[in-house]
Design a protein around this ligand. Structure first.
Ligand SMILES: C[S@@+](CC[C@H](N)C(=O)[O-])C[C@H]1O[C@@H](n2cnc3c(N)ncnc32)[C@H](O)[C@@H]1O
Length: 463
């Protein structure tokens, strides 16, 4: 598969294939948040549409299968990174130690920079027989020694600035000026206030520094009760403290977060903006090869970087596109033909049909043969992927339509990759005999928005 490498693009497909088609030394920063080897599948239902959003994280139970899957991708990421590029690999305790060994082999142990520990504030796997896990790990590697690193500061706890300057009301904390040393007897002048150094002590600043700083702020010195000078650092001037490898100040997305998009394990935008600010510059290209709902891409755009997103889930790619204002028909590799849709999991096919038809999924009716109901027209929809649609598949829709007593038209719809030859005469028959209309749509019909022209859906493409 040869794909064009274009910044500000979303690619839908297996990231290994997509990455292989990228040129080497093209990416400034890569963040990945792959399945963690949780050995379960992660699924959420979107609010309103009940669209299934999720991904598999089973590996026939074998960690070696998982690590080999990851190794192939990390090798490609190493190849596509620029010499000053970095990789952040998000994972958790399930596989972090195996991933560290594998990444050391690919990047070289000397290029391992850190293990960022994110305290997520919500313990999982909390049992009476073990500690609740409360952290994720992010393995951080550079391709070479000249990697980009912009120091970040995080705000200091305000309560540290616990003294208020009487005349100005400014909050400050005081820091020592007198330290251990051998300046005993030396006298310093703090704008007229004289101080003589005691035994085995010294002053951090020279007289010149004192004069210079007092000229800028005559109130800079804080005198303790015992008459010792200290200098003030003000809350309103504080840059904060340098970010360490322990991140505790960013909250996990929970069921009540306004950011929540019902994409399982969605990461907070603030988390991604931090990674991007530290390890890239304006205009740089940021890659997320497991981009899911597109949080990294949104953060890259918001911080003036270019994005490249890859995900195997068409639903994830469309969600990312909608967050970015990116046209869905520009998602490279998104399924378009019946053959393409044959290859995706059934829920992905149903999601696409419902998205195009603006339909709400009805999981409780799926076993009866109704997958969704169009939002405005209330037309029931059946979606068939695994085999040609035959008349018996339409029994439930027929029954529902027949029982309708109100003024809603007896119209239903079915969408399939293929239709049995008996369908056409069958549909003509039920229309003639019982006034039931069931429109049948091929993939081409849906692509051409035939359902819109038929009045089944009023608008499409809601997420
Ligand atoms: C943990 S989620 C990423 C969530 C994302 N960080 C967010 O904030 O929404 C992992 C993603 O990896 C994707 N994925 C799994 N295997 C893949 C593969 N081989 N190629 C591309 N994407 C894959 C899944 O579809 C899923 O969206």
């Amino acid at each position: 598969m040869i794909l064009p490498f274009v910044p500000n693009t979303i690619y839908c497909g297996d990231n290994l294939e997509v990455l292989k088609s990228f040129p080497q030394d093209a990416i400034d920063l890569c963040y990945i948040d792959p399945p963690f080897f949780s050995r379960r599948n992660h699924v959420d239902l979107a609010k309103g549409t009940s669209e299934i959003r999720g991904f598999h994280d089973t590996w026939n139970g074998e960690i070696s299968n998982y690590i080999e899957f990851m190794r192939a991708r990390v090798q490609e990421i190493h190849r596509v990174l620029k010499p000053n590029g970095t990789l952040y690999l998000h994972c958790d305790v399930s596989a972090v130690f195996h991933l560290k060994v594998m990444c050391d082999e690919v990047f070289g142990g000397d290029n391992f920079l850190n293990d960022i520990v994110w305290k997520r504030h919500s313990p999982s796997k909390n049992t009476d027989r073990n500690y609740g896990s409360i952290v994720d790990h992010v393995l951080y590697y550079a391709k070479g020694p000249e990697y980009t690193f912009n120091v970040q500061y995080i705000p200091m706890d305000e309560s540290v600035f616990n003294i208020v300057e009487p005349k100005t009301g400014r909050k400050f904390r005081s820091q020592p000026l007198v330290v251990k040393g051998n300046q005993e007897g030396k006298m310093f002048d703090f704008g007229g206030h004289k101080y003589t150094i005691k035994k085995e002590k010294a002053l951090k600043w020279t007289q010149e520094t004192i004069d210079e700083r007092l000229k800028k702020n005559p109130r800079l010195i804080y005198w303790t009760g015992s008459g010792e000078p200290r200098y003030k650092t003000y809350l309103d001037e504080s840059k904060g403290i340098k970010l360490t490898s322990l991140w505790t100040d960013i909250k996990l997305i929970t069921s009540t977060s306004s950011e929540r998009l019902f994409y399982p394990t969605q990461k907070p935008q603030k988390f991604m903006e931090r990674v991007i600010s530290v390890s890239s510059s304006l205009g740089d290209i940021v890659l997320d090869a497991f981009s899911g709902s597109g949080t990294t891409l949104v953060a890259a755009k918001a911080t003036g970087r270019q994005f490249v997103g890859i995900d195997i889930s068409p639903t994830g790619c469309r969600l990312a596109a909608s967050r970015l204002g990116y046209p869905t028909d520009k998602i490279i590799g998104h399924p378009r033909t019946a053959l393409d849709f044959k290859a995706v999991p059934r829920f992905e096919f149903v999601n696409w049909v419902c998205w195009k038809m603006n339909a709400t999924q009805k999981h409780e009716l799926a076993s009866l043969g109704i997958d969704a109901v169009c939002r405005h027209s209330l037309v029931p929809v059946l979606v068939k992927q695994d085999a040609p649609l035959v008349p018996v598949d339409l029994q439930s829709i027929e029954r529902v339509l027949e029982s309708r007593k109100d003024d809603r038209a007896k119209i239903g719809a079915c969408v399939a990759l293929d239709f049995d030859a008996t369908i056409e005469p069958f549909l003509a028959q039920i229309k003639k005999d019982r006034g039931i209309t069931i429109n049948r749509y091929t993939i081409e019909d849906i692509n051409r928005d035939k359902h819109l022209h038929d009045g089944i859906s009023v608008i499409t493409k809601l997420l």
